[in-house]
Design a protein around this ligand. Structure first.
Ligand code: SF4
Length: 274
């Protein structure tokens, strides 16, 4: 907080980017309805949540509950409800997919191979994401270009061909310092794990704290090599190459084509006030 207040350049950049992000979100709400925001409950997504709620924009907000999230993430869901009056719109995995995975491979088989890890991510993240995006014209993520090499060149807007709708990344050019400056300046709730060495937070068994000098995403699937770290939630030729995939917080979105989009979007997320 103090660092933010004492850095005029940071104050100015956050102010300018906040205006730009707010304008883009308003355009999405006006021109791409129904639009939805995949709230991964990470720091960036808290910024977007704050912007959407403050402006009362007609944008749905949803999260994916994989069933393996840290307790601190569930705590944040509760604080969002109290702080903003938001009723969580949460998509859960289909129980038959999780049961089949556990029966065939074991509940923690994601440690055994990249293929089994991706299969778990598909059942717990990708398939629910497809249901969340069903019937939408656009979706919004909190991805930033500097988060990973696979996200360099991340555009503000791209067409998500795999899921068949527009995809917007309003914070693509934000730095980590700008994200935290916004959070502290506006009293935005955030995951307490961020204060414990977790810059990037996913499922509990697949996320660890990082040490000094480690990349911000080094704690995600730390047992894998860097070039396999895809959760399947994000897929865009525009981001880091033709096969790159990134992640949307608690919800990593995949490239799966989908009959999932034609399925009913049970559990649809909306910005509701209680
Ligand atoms: Fe499964 Fe880990 Fe992927 Fe979560 S991050 S869905 S626990 S493999």
């Amino acid at each position: 907080m103090g660092e933010f207040q004492e850095d005029p350049a940071l104050i100015n950049s956050v102010a300018a980017k906040t205006v730009a992000a707010r304008r883009l979100l308003a355009e999405i709400a006006a021109e791409f309805a129904p639009a939805t925001f995949a709230n991964s409950l990470g720091a960036e997504d808290m910024v977007l949540t704050d912007l959407i709620v403050r402006e009362t924009l007609d944008i749905e907000i949803f999260s994916l509950d994989t069933g393996r999230l840290p307790a601190e993430t569930y705590d944040l869901m509760g604080r969002l409800r109290r702080h903003y009056g938001l009723t969580p719109n949460v998509y859960y995995p289909r129980h038959e997919l999780v049961e089949a995975y556990a029966r065939e491979h074991g509940i923690n088989a994601f440690y055994e191979s990249v293929e089994l890890r991706k299969a778990c991510c598909h059942a717990r993240k990708v398939e629910p994401l497809q249901r969340a995006l069903a019937g939408k014209r656009a979706w919004i993520t909190g991805l930033r270009a500097e988060q990973a090499a696979t996200r360099s060149g991340l555009p503000l807007r791209e067409f998500d061909a795999a899921n068949g709708l527009e995809k917007f990344n309003p914070l693509s050019d934000w730095t980590e310092r700008e994200v935290w400056a916004y959070i502290h300046a506006n009293g935005v709730p955030y995951n307490k794990l961020h204060d414990q060495g977790y810059p990037s937070i996913g499922c509990a068994p697949c996320t660890r704290a990082i040490g000094a000098g480690e990349h911000v995403r080094a704690g995600r699937w730390w047992w894998e090599s860097a070039d396999t770290k895809e959760c399947g939630l994000h897929h865009s030729p525009a981001v880091g190459g033709a096969s790159s995939r990134a992640e949307v917080g608690a919800a990593d979105v995949t490239a799966a084509q989908g009959d999932g989009r034609r399925q009913s979007a049970d559990g649809e997320l909306h910005v509701n006030r209680v």
